[in-house]
Design a protein around this ligand. Structure first.
Ligand code: SF4
Length: 361
């Protein structure tokens, strides 16, 4: 280990696991007295930088991750957090790229830096406590009580984030509040003419550059947007099982679990699947949901993104989908209002008949 590089600072790339776990990481490192340096928000320059290092057929999120590592190095941060999250439950696996992320980064970025690369692999009994111990040990912190306290602080920030996000507080706001140690919940759910759920990895959806700000674009079209943040872990798991499926992928709750929850509760007018071009796990999960949506008559659109995706074409597909949902909803409402009119006409007719025969009471 090159201890000369350790200066009680850690760089966290604003990519991949950052989008799911940052409140925990922040609370944990802060409690250990380690300063967190974040890479900048994703820009075209960061994406292009990542693309220079990673082979072209790798998915966009990994290229973006490499770009964020370079961004941190350019900022002078030479200790970078690159976890290897193999499995998050027994045989609940991540894709090979997330599992081998430290290896990819080590082999493609030929600059001097130290990686903090803990492994989480619940299939192999490497649990979350061990994951946290590996991080602390890399900074030569061995005191188990100190590590335990840091874990508790991490969970506190993470739980607050989840509680706020689940109540409907937007992602960035919930994240900022959790980091600031605040708990602000949303009590009123705004009703809009249409609602959709987006099934996507957090790192694709909440990175505004990668997702091309899809949430804000839909909100401008007067569409209410639900995401995995609005669904509890238990509800997502039981929804997958209710569709007769099993969870295999670590990130499946963000995709199949979330979409299944809204499909089964009939809570939305449509489902948007947003995934990176060439992603194996996503193509399986989206296909699975397409099958269930077809069975239940729920519209689903699959939007794929890569570094070449143009915003104009992306917006056109989104607008076309929203238009189609609106037409479908109007025709259902018209049909139903026709039924209601017909029903009330029948009630009047029955009452009139009874009055004429003298039996009405
Ligand atoms: S799950 Fe898909 S998008 Fe995510 S890192 Fe793996 S291959 Fe890339």
């Amino acid at each position: 280990m090159n201890t000369a590089l350790l200066n009680n600072k850690v760089g966290i790339p604003r990519a991949i696991s950052y989008y799911n776990n940052y409140p925990f990481y922040y609370g944990f490192f802060k409690s250990l007295g380690i300063e967190v340096v974040l890479s900048d928000k994703t820009t075209t320059k960061i994406i292009n930088e990542g693309c220079k290092y990673v082979v072209s057929d790798t998915c966009l999120p990994v290229k973006v991750f490499a770009g964020h590592v370079v961004n941190l190095l350019d900022k002078g941060c030479n200790v970078i957090f690159v976890p290897s999250i193999q499995s998050t439950g027994y045989k609940i696996n991540n894709c090979s790229k997330i599992r081998g992320l430290p290896e990819i980064i080590r082999n493609v970025i030929n600059r001097e830096f130290k990686m903090i690369e803990p492994t989480l692999d619940k299939t192999e009994n490497i649990n979350f406590k061990s994951f946290c111990n590996q991080i602390a040990n890399a900074f030569e912190i061995k005191d188990s009580n100190r590590i335990k306290k840091a874990m508790a602080d991490g969970w506190k920030a993470y739980d607050a984030f989840c509680e706020m996000a689940q109540s409907g507080v937007p992602y960035q706001e919930a994240l900022k509040n959790a980091i600031d140690g605040k708990l602000v919940k949303k009590s009123v759910d705004i009703v809009k003419p249409l609602s959709v759920v987006i099934m996507a990895h957090g790192y694709n959806l909440f990175d505004e550059r990668i997702s091309m700000n899809i949430i804000k674009k839909l909100e401008k079209m007067d569409v209410k947007v639900y995401t995995s943040l609005n669904v509890s872990r238990d509800a997502a798991i039981s929804s997958i099982h209710s569709l007769g499926e099993i969870q295999y992928w670590a990130n499946e709750l963000e995709l199949t679990g979330t979409a299944a929850y809204y499909l089964l509760n009939n809570k939305v007018d449509g489902i948007i699947a947003l995934s990176a071009f060439g992603c194996g796990p996503d193509s399986l999960m989206v296909d699975e949901m397409m099958y269930h949506c077809k069975e239940k008559g729920m519209p689903l659109i699959h939007l794929t993104i890569d570094e070449h995706t143009g915003e104009a074409g992306f917006v056109t597909r989104l607008e076309a989908f929203v238009d189609m949902l609106m037409r479908k909803k109007r025709s259902i409402l018209n049909k139903n209002s026709g039924k209601i009119k017909k029903q009330s006409a029948e009630v009047v007719k029955i009452k009139t008949d009874k009055i004429l025969t003298g039996s009405a009471k």
